[in-house]
Design a binder for this molecule. Sequence first.
Ligand code: NAD
Length: 369
Amino acid sequence: MSHSLFLLPGDGIGPEAMAEVVKIIDHMNSAMGADFVTDTGLVGGCAYDAHGAAISEGDMAKAMNADAVLFGAVGGPKWDAVPYDVRPEAGLLRLRKDLQLFANLRPAICYPALADASSLKAELVEGLDILIVRELTGGVYFGEPKTITDLGNGQKRAVDTQVYDTYEIERIAGVAFELARTRKNAVCSMEKRNVMKSGVLWNQVVTEIHKAKYSDVKLDHMLADAGGMQLVRAPKQFDVIVTDNLFGDMLSDVAAMLTGSLGMLPSASLGAPDAKTGKRKALYEPVHGSAPDIAGQGIANPIAMIASFAMCLRYSFNMVTEADRLEKAIANVLDKGIRTGDIMSEGSTRVGTTAMGDAILAEFKALSA
Ligand code: NAD
């Protein structure tokens, strides 16, 4: 069965990192019997230069019809002054909105070879493998009213609205429980029910759906601030963490930093399963940006992009063995001391983007033989 992949490399180091994924896709097609059909579009600054928009309607339609979208990165100083609604990030926001990608998956995996690069003690993070499931389309970032009002007495009042409906909590909790079943079968739900009504409802809904549909999964609840503390005190206690948009934004960045460089971190954003096909809309992207400071130099770390493709294999195509092998290939290459500049350490071999991609592909081939 063929799988359609829509590639949006974007700006800066995005295309350099994506090129390394394309090599893996080509290998899987030519030597492993995979049938990926790829198409490539423009997003971000390069789309603005070509079409005057952060993503064209034609490319939006292709993204909507693809089985999965692989996204590189967008932005750069060249486009700092373009109008707000066509700024590079608008392309990513449009994709998330139109594809209704409500579940953001951010793994924090600490490869043993990089444990010393963490800001925490190596024994706290070595072998760390947690998954933060963040609600992405609701909550305080989107709630109305969202205003700044002049009170007329020299004061202004800013209002953001934290708002969640039952169905929004149910569907994100469902994603977390289902993913936990494929991992260590434990979910920790984080909110602030002690001070927020949305936290009270969040807690109730997660508890109810757990009882009704997922009672085989271990469920804990934690206040989000305590969760932040626990993440830096003893991160390995967690398997899957599910939380809202705002807390997820912060907690996933905290978790990310446990593992070292931005160049290592993949992510996935998933939508609801299609009623007919059961397939979820999905977009996979590294957490890092377009890194204009190193773009075009061939030194960017492609691991976050390659690990995002591994997530795509796992979550969009259920190619679990291949995803495991690709992740193992990354770990093996790191074990051999092969490093891009951002994760360089004494005694390791410094390589560029292409050589890192080649090393991972060679390891992936060896593991698949
Ligand atoms: P950034 O992630 O691009 O870079 C931060 C630092 O990390 C830089 O020093 C960069 O060289 C380094 N870095 C990032 N990824 C790396 C990699 N793969 N290999 C080696 N080093 C890497 O964040 P920034 O500098 O704040 O933003 C740069 C541009 O990217 C801005 O225009 C910003 O708006 C945009 N941005 C886009 C996204 C996205 O596309 N999803 C996310 C964040 C920032």
